[in-house]
Design a protein around this ligand. Structure first.
Ligand code: SF4
Ligand code: SF4
Length: 336
């Protein structure tokens, strides 16, 4: 029999998890915007907004220490981060475009180099996804093969019901364990009618055709036309649930400090600057070309997946109005 949970019980679930010493992260109001942030109580969960930033930072923080160093009389002491201290986490209220990006990121973080920081957080996190009943003009998840009811990446998935509450799909062992831990909060329901999900998130793009055009058009005037106005601010990469470039720097002095990992963005002028001073992507058009190539060609070549879930954040927040969905439609039309 299908399980359902009321909104009241969903908030109680968060309170119960907190009482049991889980870290619970979900959409929460931070000033005027919702962000995925640690919740202090169930009441804080925001259910009707796509958070401004994506959920990737639960696994891949904006910046983090990866080791500390100190020069002592005995020599240079290096201390690793204690990964076992990372908290068991439940990520709740995750929109399908954010949850679907997590298994896409698994590929690169567990590829030739295993990023234990990302992977340990992944192991310790249960994702409760939530279907969308509304979308805006920038959303285009359906165009990249997902949907407002997409369950990819979720361990449990909640779909709003007509009349209130949520239908609950168990998708993984982690989801089953969570449900089994708090059985009284979930009830069996015979007549659970799902609310209509968001519509209008874009006609399906032919990503294979787009990739075929990219395979043949590393040099194309299109890159100049698109990227001339790109300000190189990096907002598109920082907001994106699938972008994952980072830089590593030592901070402090030669005697005492930390090695830190920071988000980076291919739009930044120095992103590929070599120590020699040579920069193979010296102009903004080459940098924007890399953004599209990485998402729709290179990642597909390497992992058979696309680095875009159609969340629309880079469209909503680009200061110069660059619209990646429109660019994909333009490429699709050129590949006829
Ligand atoms: S948000 Fe817009 S202006 Fe900023 S780097 Fe991305 S495309 Fe360029
Ligand atoms: S490329 Fe833009 S629309 Fe696609 S997932 Fe990233 S931020 Fe969202």
């Amino acid at each position: 029999m299908p399980k359902t949970i009321t909104e009241h019980n969903l908030r109680l679930l968060i309170d119960s998890l907190l009482k049991d010493r889980f870290r619970v992260v979900g959409p929460r109001l931070a000033g005027a915007m919702a962000l995925y942030e640690p919740l202090a109580k169930g009441e804080e969960l925001v259910l009707d907004q796509l958070p401004r930033r994506s959920a990737k930072e639960v696994f891949f923080p904006v910046c983090e220490n990866i080791l500390s160093f100190e020069r002592t009389e005995a020599g240079l002491q290096v201390t690793d981060v204690d990964l076992s201290a990372m908290s068991e986490t439940v990520l709740v209220g995750v929109r399908p475009c954010d949850a679907a990006a997590v298994p896409v990121l698994d590929e690169v973080f567990s590829w030739d180099y295993k990023d234990e920081f990302f992977l340990e957080r992944r192991r310790k996190t249960t994702i409760i996804g939530m279907a969308c009943t509304k979308s805006d003009d920038a959303c285009f998840c359906s165009a990249v093969g997902l949907s407002p009811g997409e369950t990819k990446g979720s361990d449990l998935f909640l779909t709003p019901l007509l009349g209130g509450g949520y239908g609950c799909q168990v998708l993984t062992d982690k989801g089953q364990q969570l449900l089994a831990r708090y059985p009284k909060l979930f009830v069996d329901t015979v007549d659970a009618r799902l609310a209509p999900l968001a519509g209008g998130t874009g006609d399906r793009l032919d990503l294979k055709r787009i990739k075929a055009w990219l395979d043949d058009n590393f040099e194309s005037p299109l890159w100049n036309d698109i990227a001339e106005r790109c300000a190189g601010c990096g907002a598109c990469a920082f907001l994106c649930p699938a972008c994952h470039c980072f830089d590593i720097n030592d901070e402090g002095t030669t005697e005492l400090g930390h090695r830190r990992k920071h988000w980076d963005a291919c739009g930044f002028g120095k992103f590929t600057n070599h120590a020699s001073g040579h920069n193979p992507r010296d102009l903004q058009n080459k940098r924007y070309r890399n953004r599209i190539m990485h998402k729709f060609k290179y990642y597909d070549d390497k992992f058979g997946q696309t680095l875009c879930t159609g969340c629309g954040r880079c469209i909503r927040h680009c200061p110069v109005g660059i619209d990646i969905a429109a660019i994909l439609r333009e490429i699709e039309s050129r590949s006829q």
